[in-house]
Ligand binder design. Sequence first.
Ligand code: CA
Length: 223
Amino acid sequence: MRVLVVEDDAAIADAVCATLARAGHAVDRLGRGRDAERALRDHPYDLLLLDLGLPDSDGADLLRSLRQRGDTMPVLVITARDALRERVRTLDLGADDYLVKPFALAELEARIRALQRRRATQGAPELVVGRLHLDLAGRRASLDGMPLELTARELGLLEALAMRRDRVVSRASLVEALCDWDTTLTDNGLDISIYRLRRKLEGSGARVRTMRGLGYLLEAGDD
Ligand code: CA
């Protein structure tokens, strides 16, 4: 999943970004509200982690304008403001969840998994396609209960397809979901990852179907 972290405190941003990258997410990082506004218009993100106290603006204004233009992207607010009034206001503005600083990274990860799960499966703990079970919270895939060994990129690819199940996902969207600004994925690299994922899904009852000129579709059915 591709995440935008908007946080001006370098130590917190370092820790959060390292944690997310270790979990296999593509992470972009910004410290100013205006830069974040631009990035959000230019790239499709799966999650926004938003600090409210930014040097050039109030994160709450950014959140308000995001929701006003109808963007439903999950937003997790990270804030130093602990007052009840602030927490209520943050949720009313359209945040999906919030964490008050200082917070434990393990809690941040758990809340992100919960948001991801809610988004992808309306709260169900896992997605099932054929005999493939994808546990979005635990970030594990299995076939008939046996773990399916996937690389971080293959898992990211499977999640990107599974979260848009039965819809065609373009190659550009897959690249956006898998790469941050510092990583590139060539056409060939994407082809190789798709090829390897397909090999691992053989006989699973789940397949990645090519929609010529449009993209890919995860659906039930064997090749
Ligand atoms: Ca701040």
